[in-house]
Design a protein around this ligand. Sequence first.
Ligand SMILES: Nc1ncnc2c1ncn2[C@@H]1O[C@H](COP(=O)(O)OP(=O)(O)OP(=O)(O)O)[C@@H](O)[C@H]1O
Ligand SMILES: [Mg+2]
Length: 507
Amino acid sequence: MSPDTESGTSFTSISPAEFFYRNKQMAGFGNPSQAVYSTVRELVENSLDACEDARRSPNVKVRISTDETSILTIAVSDNGVGLPYSEVPRAFGRVLYGSKYDRRQRRGTFGLGVTMAVLFGQITTDSPVIVHTQVDDNSGHKYHLLIDVEKNEPIVENEEVVMRNSIGTTVTIRLRGDLKRVQDRIVEYLRLTSAATPYARIEYQFNDESHVVLGPWALELPRPTHPCKPHPRAVDMELLRRLISDSKEINLRPFLITSFQQLGVKTASRFLSFLGLDAQTPIGEMSRKELSRLNHAMRRFDGFGRPESNCLSPIGEELFIQGIKSNFNTSYIKFGQHGVFEWEGNPVLLEGVLAIGDEFPSAEVPTLYRFANRVPLLYDASEDVLTKVLRRMNWARYGVSKPQPIAVFLNVSSTRIPYKAAGKQSIAHVTAIETGALSLLRSLGRSLNRAITTIGAAARDTRKRREYSEMIRIVAKYGSSLANHEIVPSTTPIIEKLFEVNPDDKE
Ligand SMILES: Nc1ncnc2c1ncn2[C@@H]1O[C@H](COP(=O)(O)OP(=O)(O)OP(=O)(O)O)[C@@H](O)[C@H]1O
Ligand SMILES: [Mg+2]
């Protein structure tokens, strides 16, 4: 703490762990039921990331047990890459520490999720997190860890060499929470996770209830991602200074070509003449004014291509449809995609599936299921840009004139999802995403319109056919009795002919 000022006010700083300890709601740990949900979500998310890093079909097991004192034990295990043993204490015991800060699509973003769950467990039950991880066939480590909140440092209570059954990680957290209020939400989250991750086997069990297994419904994993260099339009002064200090190049031109994507030899020449600086300018000697000029020019120059998309890994048509069909009864299903487009130099791709099925709530506006990088978002729906766009649409124009059981599943893939808060529950109102989502929903809406027309015509056709059959059967019966025939002739050929030869009747 610094010395008191003349006014008597004292100044101090707090660690990131202390900040989130004081502002738990920002990270989705605001109350005991949300804390249970967020713990499961963060652990499952990390497990799926770890399995995909290993390019293995995920096998994730979730066990939740409670006692009368409302203390829960949540254990999630996976067959992922495991953690380098020396990194385990910091990964689980230091807020804002992680391995996912590079530029590629992952579920994890902030280096915060699991540490918040550890922190919540620690402050509500005084229990350490238990991390049991194994990275190869010959060793395994088990840690008992706590967080020194003031210093934002891990406290290792115990560390031992213990083999697991196989490579992967099991994380066990004890926390005080309210399972009853949130159990259905957890089931819904896991079901939607299975819909967006159909190549995963997800098993869950609450207390002594029998376990439930979802998937795998498909064998193939989505394509792997590669970290991308920054796009020139993503720069600001801070990033520019960092790139310059990290670069091995001395002069401006090679620095631009090696540090950025969409900046090859030809584009660099055009950009340098737009910028008006010498190609050989030594980057280490650039004045603040020159750096600022470079920064502005990068944002204004219109010759850079769209951000690369190989750092994205969308679900894809086949897997998304497979995942939804395996988890929901659907009578109609249609996939659409929009992008890749750009948000502040980051690539964004939108995928949508529109489905009709009697399991979905019947309404005049379709039920929206939101996903970000394949993670279902169940809270804060009203604040989300996707909800806003869906509500803005005039669904009557697309044939939804009365309540119908229609659902729209929307997945946003990006190297940077503009979450509204660290709890990663809703997406901010970014114009590019809003416009993209509107265009995707409109195209799904047009196909819905056609489907509703076809379904309506088929229903009318069936009704008409039933009525005609009945009338012709009565006429045949009456005719037979008038003619004193005991056997009533079959009316089926007439009906079939009638409906076949007269297509107008089918509408
Ligand atoms: N099951 C796991 N297998 C392998 N590594 C893991 C596992 N769980 C956590 N980690 C490691 O611990 C780090 C910290 O996890 P944490 O959930 O706090 O952050 P994150 O996943 O990077 O980002 P976010 O805050 O968005 O979740 C991860 O970046 C990852 O390297
Ligand atoms: Mg995480």
